[in-house]
Design a protein around this ligand. Sequence first.
Ligand SMILES: [Zn+2]
Length: 281
Amino acid sequence: MPELPEIETLRRDLSELMIGKSIKGVSVANRRSIRAHSTSGEFEQPLLGAQIREIRRKGKFLSIAVSSHYRESFALVAHMGMSGQLRSFANRSDIPKHSHVVFELSDQSLIVFVDPRTFGQLYLDELDKSGLATSLSRLGIDPINQPELIYEALQGCMDRKTGIKWMLLDQSHLCGIGNMYADEILFRAGVRFDRPCQTLRAEEVLAIADSISEVLNAAIISRGSSLRDLQYRDVAGGLGGYQSMHQAYGREGLECMRCHGIVERMFFNGRSSFLCRSCQR
Ligand SMILES: [Zn+2]
């Protein structure tokens, strides 16, 4: 499932390709991808002729600000779910299977929502005063560029019994972190996934906060992570590069990069977590 670094990479690439252009055509081939709307027309009509102004991200969501003659500024929101991709193609004949929504831009290029597992979705929304889709206000702090707020968001949950990883995955405190980056963050901070928040010492909370910034920013620089079993591809169909820098996730049975112990995979609450038992306490 694409997480914050993959979506940020997508945002940057799409901004280059889309901003300043207008939408000439929209066609929905699979209604499940626009399930917030009752008809395809309700989604397609307002977008026709709309100009693309700005693309922002909060957590794992993209908020694409558009405006048209018929409707003032509004947002096209995209969530990739498990396997969603927004890809750019020059010709309709190049469009792959599982292409559920196709946008034709004013320069004839195509932006295509491809989603084999169909958990992703696109929907229209209003913009709030800050220029972001209103539905995204329910999300917590986006950790990029606001390190002081990360610490605050973590601090606010330290009276809880719940394991630290579930807190990192809960999008209402901090948003954008999923299973893969949570394991990387906790490995670097030296904290086990199931440590109750209540038991974390101040320096451990600080280490987790630093690790969140460090891991997510490094992953953005490497254009995200593409793993064998996941679908992440960038706009041009290319792979991310951060998977080669993973120290925990996907390294079951391999030597720990820190202590030469073995990285293990443990299952809890239907999720797997990769960790080194001697480095993470
Ligand atoms: Zn270790």
